[in-house]
Design a binder for this molecule. Structure first.
Ligand SMILES: [Zn+2]
Length: 342
């Protein structure tokens, strides 16, 4: 084969390979294959070695000019691939100013906390002061001091989480009442907000923990009429001045008499609907005159002092206020749910 034929062969190999290029790196690999130390063009030197001295200058010139041709060709390919890759990288990293910005979220109060705060604000403005009691307490403060004797059947109404060494998780915020009455001489006018725990099945209507606001007032001559007036005023402040209230007799060991307070269903205005189970009324809190045994246990003379107390469930109020169908939604911490509350 002559040097001309070999050069022609290499030229067509090169053009075939150029058609298969897919990246800048491919161009550089091709450069090594053709122009590297042991590349295809280096092999052309064999022709030079084997030629006679009169042919040698012409042959050298041919090989050289082919080498320049290949180098120039690869240089052009190299720079065009480099430019192509850079522009596609820019495209990938490009900023599209028409896209909407990433949203950042402001923290906000949980619906339970906002309801709790609303309730406390009203009660504080009515002259009550806040006292906190412990979540973990003894049987005495949760039951016995509230007129639940050890075998009292009403204990079964409150399934209790018992802990070690005689401790339990309080089943109501009424334990605070015992703490305060034992340590403060009347008059006392206190609200005690907090978490309560009951060992119940979790359903759409009940949970193992919930929030209550306990309130109580002990002084000379505190009357049943004071209790009714206070509850009526408080519920009108909370739910609107047109709110009607209804009082029904009920039983709790730590009050006598005991009552349950209903408010007119705001969804149907007494006509009856699914929310109020067709009754037109919603049960909202339990209350009563503090039982003389509770006062005696706290060393307060029930002949000289009387008092009233009530307990209000915050979860139930929150569900009613926002029309939330399931109490479990309040504890799932789903942002899609929580972000609906301003
Ligand atoms: Zn209704």
């Amino acid at each position: 084969m002559s040097v001309d034929q070999r050069i022609e062969q290499l030229r067509s190999t090169l053009s075939l390979e150029v058609g298969r290029l897919t990246s800048y790196d491919d161009v550089e690999a091709l450069r090594v294959r053709f122009l590297g130390k042991k590349g295809l063009l280096a092999e052309l030197m064999v022709f030079l070695k084997e030629s006679g001295p009169e042919q040698r200058p012409l042959m050298g010139e041919k090989i050289n000019s082919f080498k320049q041709e290949v180098t120039g060709h690869l240089d052009r390919l190299s720079s065009s691939w480099k430019a192509k890759e850079r522009s596609s990288l820019l495209e990938k990293e490009a900023v599209d100013p028409t896209l909407p910005g990433r949203q950042s979220y402001l923290g906000r109060a949980h619906p339970i906390q906002s309801m709790l705060q609303t309730v406390l604000d009203i009660l504080i403005s009515m002259g009550f002061s806040i006292q906190l009691g412990p979540d973990v307490d003894t049987d005495y403060y949760n039951f016995e001091g509230l007129n639940f004797s050890p075998d009292h059947p009403a204990r079964d109404m409150q399934d209790t989480f018992y802990l070690n060494q005689g401790f339990l998780l309080r089943t109501h915020t009424s334990n605070t009442q015992v703490h305060v009455l034992k340590s403060h001489a009347p008059p006392v006018r206190v609200v005690a907000p907090g978490r309560c725990f009951r060992n119940e099945d979790i359903s759409s209507r009940s949970h193992v923990f919930f929030h209550q606001v306990e309130g109580f007032y002990v002084d000379h001559k505190v009357s049943f009429a004071d209790l009714l007036g206070t509850m009526d005023y408080f519920l009108k402040r909370l739910l609107g001045s047109e709110t009607k209230t209804r009082f029904r007799p009920s039983y709790f060991p730590f009050v006598e008499p005991g009552l349950e307070v209903d408010v007119m269903c705001r969804a149907c205005h007494e006509k009856g609907c699914r929310l109020c189970k067709q009754t037109g009324w919603l049960e909202i809190l339990g209350a009563g005159m503090i039982h003389p045994s509770v006062l005696l246990a706290a060393k307060i003379d029930p002949e000289a002092y009387t008092g009233y107390a009530w307990g209000l469930g915050i979860e139930r109020l929150t569900l009613l206020e926002h029309g939330i169908p399931d109490i479990r939604m309040l504890t799932e911490n789903d942002l899609r749910f929580l972000s609906q509350f301003p």
